[in-house]
Design a protein around this ligand. Structure first.
Ligand code: CLF
Ligand code: SF4
Length: 498
């Protein structure tokens, strides 16, 4: 059954300008319309879109053609995913059925990605069978893929045939000596190749694949795993080079290496970066490149908004039991997405008119930055109870702008529906995770956590419930600056970062 409701927006290939995009809508405004159309509803390629649109992955690709030192094959591909959970493997037919069921149930799901559990292009038949059927049955869904790049050049034409507009390549280095420390072997032309030679081939294939995609107007995101002491000093150069070759966005992800994952790095005690190290590197690359800072390192079978996983609602058994009126569901989907666009327009208008930091610009050299944590369940507004948050969005406000810089994951503090409980240790962990933030914006908060946060130097604020995040932060910044609390000479209560 064809599910065409929203007209397919496959643009002509159009070269990718990589400057100043990938963040909020105004940052996208200068892009050619056909590029903006590709980006604006993609929750990974547009920071703003991730407040409104969801993605899903289908785990159809079990095999891999390389070995990374941060990967254990028992888990999902850590080039895109957080290790620790194994995705349920699907056949292409099962995957298509699942995508259609999710599209009918979660109207904001705009993107289908294949990201594992191995490498999608090491499993080309399964990957392309899934894409082929979906581009026929649900052409309004954007198709996306994440690969290690080894087999990319030979598949570029087929990716373009299926109108796959978004390709992620994990590029951890350009230097084969560094590559040899990350990749013990690759499987290439029916042979296992080790060491520096393996890294040389992989790097050359990644770069060639990137150039071929950019030449065809496909948007390329580059993922890099930040491995302290291995490639941390090298990733700025990676950023510069991939941008010059036409990459659209760079996503530097922290290495996750735990001994219990059984990876080489985990067992060897290789540490991951601290949040400060990650942010420092992202900031140093940002002068050259658009940086993605809202990645949640999703599972290879993730479903829902970034940071949420509704996969349990869509097991094969549950899908079989669903009775879906597809034409009606697709009608709802189109209406829902039209509603999202209206909401975004309203937010833009309000953001432009309600508050401006212009009044503070003259004192930009006198006011210091402020980190603000926000509880939001989506929509770009402050709409979540402190106790219901599983993560907080972190923004940096200055006298010049408000920018998203990352997220901090926390355990659920509140188990009831209305009242925060007294789970002290969870609260203390949350406070630790919010280290460096001086203000916390949420829709509601109980008395006990309020007191504890204040004692830790974080001021809770529920006065901006249901307001646009950026607008509210700008208002808070303005108020604090006017009260002299952000004077550059004033002591900063806590060091920034967790
Ligand atoms: Fe999936 Fe990746 Fe496409 Fe997004 S995820 S294949 S580009 S649709 Fe997004 Fe998830 Fe980060 Fe990936 S938050 S892990 S960057
Ligand atoms: Fe693992 Fe992905 Fe690396 Fe393959 S590419 S070894 S699946 S992390």
């Amino acid at each position: 059954m064809a599910l065409t409701l929203v007209s397919s927006q496959h643009s002509e290939p159009a070269g990718c300008s990589a400057s100043g995009c990938g963040g909020n809508e105004s940052a996208l405004a200068h892009l050619p319309p056909q590029i903006r159309d590709k980006v604006k509803d993609h929750p990974c390629y547009s920071e703003e879109a991730h407040h409104f649109y969801a993605r899903m992955h289908v785990a159809v690709a079990p095999a891999c053609n390389i070995q990374c030192h941060y990967c254990n094959r028992k888990y999902d591909c850590s080039n895109e995913s957080r290790p620790g959970v194994v995705s349920e493997l699907l056949t292409p037919e099962q995957a298509v059925k699942k995508v259609l069921a999710v599209a009918a149930t979660i109207p904001q799901m705009s993107v289908l990605g294949i990201a594992g559990p191995g490498d999608p292009l090491a499993n080309p038949e399964r990957t392309f069978a899934t894409f082929r059927e979906l581009s026929d049955k649900a052409p309004d869904i954007k198709l996306c893929i994440s690969t290690n790049g080894l087999s990319l050049p030979e598949h570029v034409d087929e990716l373009c045939r299926h109108n796959i507009d978004h390709v992620t390549i994990t590029i951890n280095c350009l230097d084969a000596a560094i590559g040899a420390e990350i990749y013990p072997w690759i499987f290439w032309k029916n042979r296992r190749i080790k060491g520096r030679k393996a890294a040389e081939i992989l790097i050359a294939q990644q770069q060639l694949g990137l150039e071929m995609l950019a030449a065809r107007g496909v948007l390329v995101k580059v993922n890099s795993v930040l491995i302290p002491g291995v490639n941390d000093h090298h990733l700025e150069e990676v950023s510069r080079v991939v941008k010059a070759k036409g990459a659209f966005l760079h996503n530097v992800m922290p290495l996750i290496a735990e001994a219990e994952h059984g990876t080489f790095y985990g067992v060897m005690g290789q540490r991951g970066p601290t949040p400060e190290e990650l942010q420092r590197l992202q900031d140093s690359c940002a002068g050259e490149m658009n940086m993605m800072r809202h990645c949640r390192q999703c599972r290879a079978d993730a479903v829902g908004m970034l940071g949420e996983d509704r996969g349990d609602e869509f097991t094969l058994e549950k899908i079989d039991a669903m009775e879906i009126d597809y034409p009606a569901a697709m009608q709802r989907r189109a209406e829902y997405q039209a509603g999202i666009e209206q909401q975004r327009q309203q937010l833009h208008r309000r953001g432009e008119t309600v508050i401006s930091l212009d009044a503070l610009r003259p004192q930009r050299h006198r006011s210091r930055p402020l980190l603000v944590a926000v509880a939001s369940s989506g929509g770009g507004i402050i709409n979540q109870h402190f106790g219901h948050a599983r993560e907080f969005l972190v923004y940096e406000a200055t006298a010049l702008d408000v920018r998203f810089i990352g997220h901090r994951k926390v355990d659920l503090y509140c188990s009831g529906s209305d009242h925060c409980n007294e789970e002290e240790s969870t609260l203390q962990q949350t406070i630790r995770a919010l280290n460096g933030c001086e203000v916390l914006l949420c829709s509601r908060i109980g008395f006990a956590p309020w007191e504890a946060l204040e004692a830790a130097g974080i001021t809770p604020n529920g006065e901006h419930a249901m307001e646009s995040i950026e607008t509210a932060i700008a208002a808070v910044y303005q108020e604090m600056a006017a009260a002299g609390k952000l004077a550059i000479t004033a002591p900063i209560a806590l060091q920034r970062g967790a």
